[in-house]
Design a protein around this ligand. Structure first.
Ligand code: ACO
Length: 380
């Protein structure tokens, strides 16, 4: 839309190619997501989260020795500095879990001697520490707010296994570990989404990795981005508590011009492939347990939003019921998203710093022009 100065009103950087990246690509028409040349279906089926982390950070999938070395490094870096645990003990009960995570990740930087070291080697070590400690922060916070003490991770286990163990205090079964690992793979990277863009903008000023990832967590918190998964579960629970018909419930939202969380996407014009993978997981989990309520509600909502608005679900729609069926608390859903996306944020920062240039776009000025200052005594 042109304003009277002749400038275009630009909103949301839609369709703007802001930088080049070799990390992941999205085909919004075909519903395809690719990490470094590998289709997400292939990775979800055949690669672990740690393998995907290696792929994002290094460009290729690891061989066994490389994977073992990465796992060793992640394990060695897992322990949280005691002052960060103290912060988690002191946050108010009313705090948003993403605000807690943002604060704790920022605090990690205070206790990292290499926080401002900017060599590629130091940045790689920080990426490892950040990724290793994020699950420990979330699990420790979740336990502390329930009046329980944090639990140390088991040394040999995968990140998926350890997170669930540190959270619940008991070893997860293979199915839970496998489903959670797939969720981590699916959320690890996604082109230049809002939080990744945030991290690259901060990184491009040559600020440090902790600042960039804290900023990214702040962006992911919003309900138009990662915060949507928690809102989806709130909607499903509200339908259940009210004994409402999901079709009527969602139609009422649409009539009131409200957004239905977990639907729509800036890039996809068809089903988000991550949503398709998780839909199948929820279906299988539901059938296995003979409890299909959340799947049934979700499908009723999906069909209604598709037929009324032509919108497809995004990853947040089915991650909500997947996590809920795994017994995870809805207000941890977005922190869990951040846990996985830390892989992508740090990979993007490493890529940004390989060939850095300050990211500094311009705004089309659409404000008033040609004014002069009148003395304050003469102003109305
Ligand atoms: N429910 C209802 N209507 C919607 C929705 C929705 N979820 N999403 C888009 N629309 C409608 C808008 O109202 C608008 O309609 P109008 O043109 O009649 O006003 C039209 O579709 C275009 O919407 P925009 O907001 O301009 O589209 P944009 O590309 O900016 O939005 C977004 C993308 C923010 C994801 C949007 O679809 C949305 O708000 N979805 C709900 C929140 C959500 O699920 N976020 C998670 C995204 S995935 C992720 O970040 C991991």
């Amino acid at each position: 839309m042109a304003n009277k100065n002749g400038s275009e009103k630009v909103r949301g950087l839609e369709g703007v190619i802001a930088l080049s990246s070799e990390l992941s690509s999205i085909d919004g028409e075909e519903g395809k997501l690719v990490y470094r040349g590998y289709d997400i279906y292939d990775l979800a089926e055949n690669a672990s989260f740690e393998e995907v982390v290696y792929l994002l950070w290094n460009g290729d999938l690891p061989n066994q020795g490389e994977l073992d070395a990465l796992k060793r490094d992640l394990r060695a870096a897992r322990e949280l500095p005691e002052p960060v645990i103290d912060i988690l003990r002191k946050v108010p009960d009313t705090a948003h879990p993403m605000a807690v995570l943002r604060t704790a990740v920022s605090a990690l930087g205070l206790y990292d001697d290499e926080a401002d070291a900017d060599t590629p080697e130091a940045n790689r070590r920080k990426a490892t520490r950040l990724l290793a400690r994020t699950p420990a922060i979330i699990a420790a916070y979740a336990r502390l707010r329930d009046g329980k003490e944090p639990i140390a991770p088991l040394s040999e286990a995968s990140m998926a296994f350890n997170f669930l163990y540190m959270l619940n205090g008991e070893e997860p079964g293979t199915a839970a570990e496998d489903t959670f690992d797939t969720c981590l793979v699916l959320h690890a990277d996604h082109g230049l989404n809002a939080s990744t863009f945030t991290s690259r903008v901060i990184g491009s000023t040559l600020s440090d990795m902790y600042s960039a990832v804290s900023g990214a967590i702040g962006a992911l918190k919003g309900p138009l981005h990662g915060g949507a998964n928690r809102e989806v579960m709130r909607m499903l629970l509200d339908i259940d508590e009210k004994g409402a018909d999901p079709v009527d419930y969602v139609n009422e939202k649409l009539e009131n011009k409200e957004r239905v969380m977990g639907f729509g996407h800036r890039v996809y014009r068809t089903m988000d492939p991550r949503a398709a993978i998780l839909r199948d997981r929820v279906k299988a989990l539901s059938e296995e347990r003979g409890a299909t309520k959340w799947y049934d509600y979700s499908m009723a909502i999906l069909n209604t939003v598709k037929s009324e608005k032509g919108l497809d679900p995004n990853v947040d729609f089915f991650s909500a019921s997947t996590y809920y069926m795994m017994g995870l608390d809805p207000d941890l859903f977005t922190p869990i998203f951040a846990l996985s996306r830390s892989a992508g944020w740090t990979a993007h920062l490493l890529e940004q710093w390989e060939d850095n240039r300050l990211i500094r776009p311009r705004a089309a000025y659409v404000g008033k022009t040609g004014r002069t200052v009148t003395p304050i005594s003469e102003r109305a």
